[in-house]
Every structure is written in structure tokens, then in C-alpha cells.
Design a protein around this ligand. Sequence first.
Ligand SMILES: Nc1nc2c(ncn2[C@@H]2O[C@H](COP(=O)(O)O)[C@@H](O)[C@H]2O)c(=O)[nH]1
Length: 261
Amino acid sequence: MRILLTNDDGVDAPGLAVLREIAHVLSDDVWVVAPAANQSGTGHRFTFGYEIELDERERRVFALDGTPADCVVAGCTHVLRDKKPDLVLSGVNRGQNLGDILHCSGTAAGAREGALQGAIGIALSQAMDYSIGHDEIKWDCAVAHGVETVRAILELKGAVDTYFNVNFPMCTPEQVSGIRMVQHQRFAHSPFELYPSDNAGKHFVTILETPKPLDPRADFHILHEENAITVTPLLLQQTNLELLERFDGRLPFNGMARGQG
Ligand SMILES: Nc1nc2c(ncn2[C@@H]2O[C@H](COP(=O)(O)O)[C@@H](O)[C@H]2O)c(=O)[nH]1
């Protein structure tokens, strides 16, 4: 099985080293194309209109001065053009990626682009307490359970048009209660907000802390309250097919151009 690895914390990030350990248990055909610098929060952005440089750091390890989505495109259509990857793993992210926050996640975008390129795409994030900062993160659960979790997803049959978002809990590996397939937490309002900096007229975009109550069936609750590894199957097809079917794809139309009749 050919595996392409990427992330959004950057090619030198500790989480990518964890991911390489996981991938090398699964296969000996492992390649890395990862951003040269931190791209956290870039979502599925591509670097259109600017030259990007691909730098071969070591055998089968490349750094790209672009986004995670750029990296997966570079991996699938350039570095591995002779034989595209069967599996794209993105992460292991420094911090959880849950709920509607997923829309800004570069880690999720790496997996999503992998699925769009025809591979199985899996994003993996290691939960941490964001209030105490990135230096306190422990990778134990991702290290201990990463291989088993990816293998469990690879065993799923019929997961078409789908990519996966995996989060490892902050507990010890021994405390992990299981691998749970869950829905992502929808918020009543966007978790993103602008807040003023100390400099007049300047602001920051920030992520609001998680509104309560949490849906007991969703990723936030099951990861943090039940110490489970969460796996969320996400569709590439973003159309509300139920609504489309309900209205038979037709909207009222009287045929009169504006100003006529
Ligand atoms: N303060 C919080 N920050 C969060 C939370 N969930 C995610 N994040 C941040 O967003 C990025 C987006 O993901 P990435 O895959 O692009 O890195 C993530 O790394 C965190 O920095 C949260 O619940 N609270």
C-alpha cells in the first residue's frame, strides 16, 4: 500500500514524526510532502498564482512552501505521478479538530484533498488543553493507538465519497475506552470571532471556546467525556440531497423575464 503523508503544522513538526512511525508499520512505501512552515487554520486553501518550491529534504521526504492541500496535489500529481497513493494521512495535528471548527482545519483539508485525488483520506489530531498552549501536548494516544485506528478505518467497506476525521483523547493510552464512529458537533453559531488587539483598529480572528451543551452523540463529548478515539466519516458530496429530492430539484419559475408582464 502506497501512503502519502502531509500535515499543517509543518514538515519538522513532532506530530508528523508520530505519523511517520504509524505509516511505517502499515507499509514500506511511505512518502511525505508537507508544508515548509506552519499552515494551521488554512482550511482547503490553494496557493494559486504564486510559484511554490518543492524541496527534497531526504529520501521520500519533501517540503513544499504551500498549504496542506497544495502538498497533497503535489504528492499525487507530481511526486507520485507514476503510481498515486492508496492512502493519504494528514497529521498528527497538535490539538484536536472537532465540530464546526473542522471548516478551518488544514489537517482536515489534507485528508479531504487526498479523497478528492482518489485515495482514502484520513485526518488525525491529538487532543490537548488549548488553554495551556502547544508545548504541553502529549502524543501518547496517537502513538499507542494510531495504527489500530487507521487499520479499523481501512477495514470499513463501502465508504465511498468519504474522508475521515480522527481525534485521539488527552487521556493515557490505557484509559482509552474504544474507537467510536461519531458525528461532528454542530454549533448554533459560528465558533469564529473577531476580537480587538491592543493596537487601535487592529483585531485578531479567534476561536470561541466550545459552547455548551454538547450533543452526547458528537465528537466533542465522546472524545473529552468518554475518552474514546473518535472517527467521523465526512462526505465530499456537500449537497443537501434530501432537500433536492423533496423539491424534485425544481423551484417556482413563471418564465417572465424581469420587467416583462
Ligand atoms: N482555542 C481553540 N483552538 C482550536 C480548537 N480546535 C482547533 N483549534 C485551532 O484551530 C486549528 C485548526 O486546525 P488545523 O488542522 O488547521 O491545525 C488547530 O490547530 C488549533 O490551533 C479549539 O477547540 N479551541
